[in-house]
Design a protein around this ligand. Structure first.
Ligand SMILES: Nc1ncnc2c1ncn2[C@@H]1O[C@H](COP(=O)(O)OP(=O)(O)OP(=O)(O)O)[C@@H](O)[C@H]1O
Length: 292
């Protein structure tokens, strides 16, 4: 079953075209939307969340037209924005009760059940009665996800979810999103490849308002096939080498540097081609070394 269908979507801010004709279809599972800052991810997400109007194109959520049936579409969406304004004086439970009533769960008992359900899903039931101001960054993010899960939405949209989390919280949050994605359609927008590489099967890369790639993560990695080299150079040559090469990573070995380099032609020095990672494929698109 198709959950989200986008065809020919365009959006401009004055003369600036932020989305230049997006086509995308999502089914169940976790889907990664990758793109650097300014690519248009937030614009796309705000449109899907019915917060922003668009000029051209069609969007269907679970078969409903976003333009003409926005109200019903809103009922089918769960949205975790980049910055969630959580009421710090509320407890987690109070906040979710409030959010559930805003989503139209008016029956008190049904609301309690729904709040309990989402608290369990995000593993916050033990902290439900604690004030939000005492939560860590990761717990606040999980509370944000709990809010997005209220009312069993068909499509959940998550915008840059791991920004500001420490490494342990980041891993925990990624695992949570991955398990939620087994039963639902989740669109996860990020500029961090590792946010999606362990949990998403499919991804798209948005660059300057256009989808430059759509496909599996192994297809994304293979875009850099034949373009990723390992090169050993004397450490003293680094500054000169860096001027003309795209360096993906480096490590020191005695007086030499071992560099991972993205290039269309083999770099000078001793060099060997290596198997590209997903990050390499993404960088190959961003740097214009490979085209999908
Ligand atoms: N209200 C606005 N008016 C004018 N230009 C805007 C507006 N909002 C966004 N833009 C521009 O549209 C482009 C896409 O912005 P958008 O916020 O969608 O990108 P993004 O991929 O989400 O980046 P980020 O990760 O930084 O949020 C950028 O060049 C941005 O400057």
């Amino acid at each position: 079953m198709v959950t989200l269908e986008i065809a020919g979507l365009r959006k401009s801010y004055g003369k600036f075209q932020a989305l230049k004709g997006i086509d995308l279809t999502l089914e169940r599972g976790l889907f990664g939307l990758l793109g650097p800052n300014g690519a248009g991810k937030t614009t796309l997400i705000k449109i899907l969340s019915t917060l922003l109007a668009y000029e051209e194109g069609e969007v269907f959520v679970h078969g409903l037209n976003l333009r003409t049936e926005g109200h019903q579409v809103r009922q089918m969406l769960g949205y975790l924005p980049q910055q969630v304004n959580l009421p710090l004086q509320f407890t987690g439970e109070e906040f979710l009760e409030y959010a559930a009533s805003m989503k139209g769960v008016l029956d008190k008992r049904a609301r309690k059940r729904e709040v309990e359900r989402v608290l369990i899903e995000v593993n916050l039931e033990e902290c439900a009665k604690k004030k939000v101001k005492s939560y860590s960054g990761g717990m606040k993010q999980r509370l944000g996800i709990a809010q997005a899960l209220l009312g069993e939405p068909k499509l959940i949209i998550v915008d840059e979810p791991t920004a500001g989390l420490d490494p342990a919280e980041r891993i925990r949050f990624r695992n949570l999103i991955a398990s939620l994605g087994e039963q639902r359609t989740i669109l996860l927008s990020t500029h961090i490849v590792s946010d999606i590489e362990l949990s998403c099967e499919q991804a798209a890369v948005l660059l300057q308002g256009e989808l430059e790639f759509k496909g599996s993560l192994s297809e994304l990695a293979s875009l850099a096939d034949g373009f990723v080299y390992e090169v050993g150079i004397p450490a003293s040559h680094y500054e000169e080498f860096e001027k003309n090469h795209i360096i993906l990573a480096s490590r020191k070995e005695q007086n030499n540097l071992i560099l991972r380099v993205l290039a269309q032609e083999p770099p000078p020095y001793e060099t060997k081609l290596v198997k590209p990672s997903i990050e390499d494929g993404y960088m190959a698109i961003l740097k214009g070394v490979a085209h999908a």
